[in-house]
Write a new protein. Sequence first.
Length: 136
Amino acid sequence: MLASKEILLLEDDIVDVMTIQRALKQLNITNTCIVKTNGEEGLEYLRNCEELPGLIFLDINMPKMNGIEFLKLMKQNDNWSRIPVIVLTTSNDQRDKDETFKFGISGYMIKPVGYDDFKEMLSAIQTYWNISEHPY
């Protein structure tokens, strides 16, 4: 996935974090996965990282600063605005979909309940990003 760039995972649910990390490992995705539990931590990471992540997995429902608030601020920064963002959420609310796409996300995925379905979803994301061209 985007060569060797890090994946930034913004997710406050530890079970979902472990599920995503397990699936990435089983899919032989060797990119380092940096986990932050809310939008404030995500912005702080972007401010201080040496190299920008190649992909952001973003949950919407998080404490302190939710995913939509994070997106709004992130997309205002010219350096960060080109980072692909895939929303991974339990929200099937049309307003959430509309709001996140307004900020130019790369995809909106409803988190599957079963592990195999979760792994299949991440495999599809991996396939797409391995053949996709990137702005940086």
